[in-house]
Design a protein around this ligand. Structure first.
Ligand code: PEP
Ligand code: MG
Length: 315
């Protein structure tokens, strides 16, 4: 009905049975924060803070960082803002964090590995975030990129809590982290699956290399089965499971991800309206049935075709 179409084209994300699926934005600057708020994002699921400092020679001060974070947070009163601490390395080198001359930087000391090796940078960032959160109205949470073990998850959560941030999670974007989800999840206040890196590492195919771009497809059951394991662990432990990779911006794949256990979806804010409209057409049981079809397929293409055919039958 017209009413249903209108309800689906604005407001909070939900399934056909009313089950809420918050639709959050991926941002990297104060400008993109404003745009996300204008486009009806229910908050931020991924704030890529390294984007702010890509040209910087030395680490930004606590004060400088806090001012920028405040500007971003002001757009999301009473909404969640998940801030990713600096994900330096590989495709996002930062002069003050990244080791020059690594032969395989995507497999090197990037993300939390680089921050743990320069812990003062991580402490300063968490301190700046805690300061910016204080007195503001946004619900600020932090998460660590490139986590590969349960011990790293615990290290990050302990440090964030120590520095005054109450909610600290990890990105699941390295296969070891998904394979060990039952041990990682209890050491995190939430997890957020980064399907871009997860796909690159599952297939050992550089996400920046055109000649192997065909592998970079999160519809592949090799990726979906790992996401399913994380979804199961999250449900068992009562830990939220977000998705913040490009996969969440594909409307039909978003339905599958919810069926696999995703509790929130974060994407470029230009995709929110399409994803909102698509997920509103399926109940949670239907999303789970579509997810089961996807994980049973033998290729990305077969998964997408089979899910599309089954979705048509439901309409
Ligand atoms: C990801 O890897 O899926 C992700 C969301 O982070 P980025 O694309 O910034 O590496
Ligand atoms: Mg990533």
């Amino acid at each position: 009905t017209l009413q249903a179409i209108r309800a689906a084209s604005s407001g909070p994300g939900h399934l056909a049975d009313g089950h809420a699926v918050p639709l959050l934005a991926n941002i990297g600057s104060p400008e993109s924060a404003r745009e996300a708020a204008a486009r009806g994002a229910e908050g931020v699921g991924l704030f890529r803070t390294e984007v702010l400092f890509l040209g910087a020679e030395k680490a930004p001060s606590v004060e400088e960082q806090a001012a920028t974070y405040r500007e971003v947070f002001a757009n999301f009163p009473r909404q969640k803002v998940v801030v990713r601490v600096l994900d330096a390395g590989a495709d996002k080198p930062l002069a003050f964090l990244t080791d020059a001359g690594e032969e395989n930087p995507a497999l090197g000391r990037r993300g939390l590995r680089a921050l743990a090796a320069h812990e003062e940078v991580l402490r300063d960032q968490l301190t700046a975030l805690a300061q910016a959160a204080e007195g503001g109205e946004a619900e600020v949470q932090v998460m660590a990129p490139m986590v590969s073990t349960a011990q790293e998850a615990r290290y990050f959560r302990d440090l964030a809590h120590e520095l005054g941030i109450r909610v600290a999670g990890v990105m699941v974007e390295v296969p070891s982290c998904a394979i060990m989800a039952d041990h990682v999840v209890p050491n995190a206040d939430f997890v957020s699956i980064g399907t871009n890196d997860l796909t690159q590492y599952v297939f050992a195919a550089d996400r920046l290399l055109g000649s192997v771009a065909g592998f970079q497809n999160p519809w592949h059951p090799a990726v979906l089965r790992l996401i399913q394991q994380v979804g199961v662990a999250g449900a068992e432990h009562g830990v939220p499971v977000g998705i913040c990779g490009e996969a969440a911006a594909d409307p039909l794949l978003a339905v599958v991800l919810v069926g696999l256990g995703a509790t929130t979806l974060s994407m470029s804010s230009t995709s929110i309206a399409d994803v909102r409209a698509e997920i509103a057409q399926y109940t949670l049981d239907e999303a789970r049935a579509l997810a089961a079809i996807a994980v049973a397929a033998d290729s990305a293409e077969a998964a997408r075709d089979a899910v599309a055919a089954a979705a048509d039958e439901l309409d």
